[in-house]
Design a binder for this molecule. Structure first.
Ligand code: PNW
Length: 464
């Protein structure tokens, strides 16, 4: 009976966008087809020791060839919204210049297939697969890359803009900054804090320039950023831990939220970086006005809370999933959604990622029992529902992920999908969580009140 609250089944709005998410490099494969260029992940995944088992995205879930089958899966699940990403090196193999028509054609077929099945497309422009040619020209450390991104965005908007009602610019700038440039376990594998925050600024600038590019086409599609937000709690009850958690929050959340929605970087973070830092030196007059161009929706990705100790370290408080960085804490979903609405106003929100990896195997009867994923999603949906009841304008929810896929440095060992992928055969098998999610969506539809007779609050209930 899911998701059900203490007072019975939870009611979600009729038009709630039940969805699932993927990204290009993680599912497409076909790395050399139809004129696709190399991305930083093609390069990085080939460096010995960088990914588990030396896995690469060369084949992945072979979605480039199997997209029609995957579209049918989405229809069978009853999805209303599908979030995917467009591969920059398919559109501009070298990161600049005239768009590659065969690359655009693939996304046109995918988008048409979504419309044919009544599923609303939500497209991310950049989910980490920077063209290698731009990386060779200093990548996101170069301000020019932000302008190259705006050109790429413009080409995509002109070709596909009329068919995509919702665009997302940059997926998780923070993860590029932290994993790509601080820890170094994502492409391009750097460990350079001074570079990292200059990269943050250029990613924010790229976002703002892409928003301008969409407006310049006269499109009435919506656009926004996709941020992974981490609620940061003091690990203990002391003023030192409270202060450390506050600064940690600055780096995790306010650096991105404040620049986008308040038109300024947080003063505590700038002070901590220092006036001689490459980032502070790299901010030019007018940049913050570009970065804070009005957006239509804010995409939030929630996975885990962070507990910050007095010395600025972190601690685990809750059970982790197979991803050692993830603590399972549904209440954090409520906290982050209500906080964004409280601190930044009633901007329309979408959850574009929420999920966990589970140790899935196919049983002898051909089923995949991922009970842990059902419990996780049920509890996070319930928390999102409570946030909506508290006034958060949340319009959709996308499970990460539709399919098992290439989980970056973890390769194919971590399985995040609603749908199991048997990689040797590329066969798709609905996990129990997929059939559960299908029934959640179907019940929401079937319990919709008859036309003209809205429920007490104009919404439909969800129960089983
Ligand atoms: C996201 N963290 O990455 C990405 O958008 C997806 O491509 C990825 O597959 C998914 O989450 C699962 O990892 C994250 O350390 C990476 O908190 C790291 C973190 C969060 C999200």
């Amino acid at each position: 009976s899911i998701p059900t609250g203490p007072a019975g089944p939870l009611r979600f709005p009729d038009n709630f966008g039940w969805g699932a998410a993927t990204s290009a490099y993680q599912i497409e494969g076909a790395a050399k087809e139809d004129g696709r260029g190399e991305s930083v992940w093609d390069t990085f995944s080939r460096v010995p020791g960088r990914t588990r088992n030396g896995d690469t995205g060369d084949v992945a879930a072979d979605h480039y060839h199997r997209y029609a089958e995957d579209l049918d899966l989405m229809r069978d699940l009853g999805l209303r919204s599908y979030r995917f990403s467009i591969s920059w090196p398919r559109i501009q193999p070298d990161g600049t210049g005239a768009p590659n028509q065969r690359g655009l054609d693939f996304y046109r077929r995918l988008i048409d297939g979504l419309h044919d099945r009544g599923i609303s497309p939500m497209a991310t422009l950049f989910h980490w697969d920077l063209p290698q040619a731009l990386q060779d020209a200093e990548g996101w450390e170069s301000r020019d890359t932000a302008y190259r991104f705006a050109d790429y965005a413009d080409a995509v908007f002109r070709a596909l803009g009329d068919r995509v009602p919702a665009w997302l610019t940059i997926n998780e700038p923070k993860t590029v900054v932290q994993n790509g440039y601080l820890i170094g376990h994502h492409a391009p594998g750097r460990q350079d804090p001074d570079a990292a925050y200059l990269v943050a600024h250029h990613l924010q600038l790229a976002h703002g320039l892409a928003v301008d590019a969409l407006r310049a086409t006269g499109s009435d599609s919506r656009i926004g950023p996709a941020l992974n937000l981490h609620p940061c709690y003091p690990a203990e009850d002391s003023p030192q831990a409270a202060a450390a958690a506050r600064l940690y929050d600055g780096y995790e959340n306010r650096l991105y939220l404040d620049s986008l929605l308040k038109g300024s970087y947080p003063a505590d973070v700038l002070a901590d970086l220092g006036p001689r830092s490459r980032m502070v030196q790299g901010i030019r007059d007018g940049d913050l006005a570009i970065i804070s161009a009005p957006i239509d929706l804010l995409a939030v990705q929630y996975y885990t809370p962070i507990y910050v100790t007095a010395d600025g370290g972190t601690e685990h408080r809750w059970a982790t999933s197979e991803a050692e960085w993830q603590q399972i804490y549904p209440e954090g979903m409520y906290d982050i959604l209500t906080r964004v609405t409280r601190d930044y106003g009633p901007i329309p929100l979408t959850i574009t990622e929420n999920g966990l990896p589970t140790p899935d195997t196919m049983g002898p009867d051909g089923t995949v029992d991922d009970a842990g994923r059902i419990a996780f999603l049920r509890d996070h949906l319930a928390a999102a529902h409570r946030a909506m009841a508290a006034g958060v304008p949340l319009e959709s929810f996308h499970v990460w992920s539709l399919l098992d896929n290439f989980e970056w440095a973890e390769g194919y060992d971590q399985r995040w999908g609603l749908v199991y992928v048997d990689y040797p055969s590329q066969r798709r098998v609905l996990k129990k969580s997929a059939t559960w999610y299908r029934s959640v969506i179907a019940d929401a539809a079937s319990e919709r009140p008859p036309p003209g007779q809205p429920g007490p609050d104009g919404s439909a209930s969800v129960s089983r």
